[in-house]
Design a binder for this molecule. Structure first.
Ligand code: SIN
Length: 340
């Protein structure tokens, strides 16, 4: 067993054993049903491992009636195209970040991108399970069903200069996800936001079309960013998480026994992905640290207060788009009290 596999197996404490009812599934048909699960990150990330766990559970519990094809690293669809592909049924499962849901037209998801909204991981989970779940119902008319929230972790900021004070961002071209909040955030810091597919991030940084980015330690390491970024600030200023989405017509078309297997595989893969996210990011940060290629900077509380002051206007911005009531509901779920 590799050290990564052993590490995550221990962290998740999960079992592959099928529930008793799954062991009596109907005989294997000649041609298995194929489920395509496309995502943009590396297989050895929390999301990548969650997708593989889903595949394992689904294939075992369906007794071979279903084959799950997992396409990591944007090999099937890039950020920009994956939601349209899901709606067309060219792929059945996706787990885009909450920052990439704009094409689905439920703008209230924007609040998940707000800077400094979540004081810890539990605050994110509480918000996802209450406020977030209500948003899933709004996705249904678009032909997409929200199944679960998958965790990654807190966002860090990187560049080839140390990012300590707000002034340090001045003039930097920062790669962002396609999020109105991230865009406003970079403007508020004095940087120039550039939306770019995740699959183009490494080459964008290498070629200098962008100078820096924000992301989790796990994504930073697995995208080989230590080769192209010299500084990483442990700012924890935002949160990266995913919505596990299924094509609704496909989900509805599953026969009852397979639907039960599918839903149980989703539930257990979700539990697994969320259980390993923290450990994976801590491990990745340790690797980045010991590689000594990247200078890590842990900002002081006073420095983060300066970031916070610069970024609070972004919260007001969001209120104008999603409405004050939605913003308040998210604040309440997160236990966030805006500074006066
Ligand atoms: C992901 O974790 O799915 C990618 C996030 C990003 O585009 O930065």
């Amino acid at each position: 067993m590799s050290s990564i596999t052993r590490r995550t197996a221990l962290a998740a404490g999960a079992s592959l054993l099928a529930p008793a009812w799954a062991q009596t599934a109907s005989p294997t048909p000649a041609k298995p049903l194929v489920i395509k699960f496309s995502h943009v990150v590396a297989p050895e990330t929390p999301k990548g491992k969650g997708a593989l766990r889903f595949k394992e559970l689904m294939e075992i519990r369906s007794g071979g009636r279903v084959k799950v094809e997992v396409y990591p690293n944007s090999t099937l669809f890039k950020d920009k195209d994956e939601i349209a592909a899901l709606k067309r049924g060219e792929v059945q499962l996706l787990a885009p970040s909450l920052s990439k849901l704009r094409p689905l037209g439920v703008k209230e998801f924007e609040v998940f991108d707000l800077p400094f909204l979540f004081k810890n991981r539990n605050a994110f989970t509480d918000t996802a399970q209450s406020y977030g779940r209500t948003l899933f119902t709004k996705l249904e008319p678009s032909g997409v069903r929200g199944l679960a929230f998958w965790d990654n972790g807190f966002l860090l900021m990187s560049a080839n200069r140390r990012l300590r004070d707000v002034d340090d961002f001045k003039g930097l071209k920062m790669r962002i996800q396609p999020s109105a909040v991230a865009e406003a955030e970079m403007h508020a810091l004095g940087a120039e936001p550039r939306v770019m597919n995740f699959s183009e991030l490494f080459t964008g940084l290498q070629a200098g079309s962008v100078d820096g980015t924000e992301g989790t330690a796990s994504n930073f390491l697995t995208q080989r960013l230590p080769e192209v970024q010299k500084h990483l600030t442990l700012s924890n200023h935002g949160y990266l998480a995913y919505a596990l989405l299924v094509n609704r017509a496909f989900h509805d078309s599953l026969p009852a026994d397979l639907r039960a297997v599918f839903d149980s595989a989703v539930a257990d893969a979700t539990q697994y992905a969320n259980a390993i996210a923290n450990t994976e990011n801590a491990w990745a940060l340790g690797k980045i640290k010991t590689s000594a290629r990247v200078a890590l900077y842990a900002p002081l509380a006073a420095e983060l207060d300066e970031w916070r002051r610069a970024l609070m206007g972004v919260h007001q911005d969001v209120a104008t788009r999603v409405g004050a009531a939605a913003l308040q509901a998210a604040y309440q779920a997160a236990g966030f009290v805006p500074p006066r």
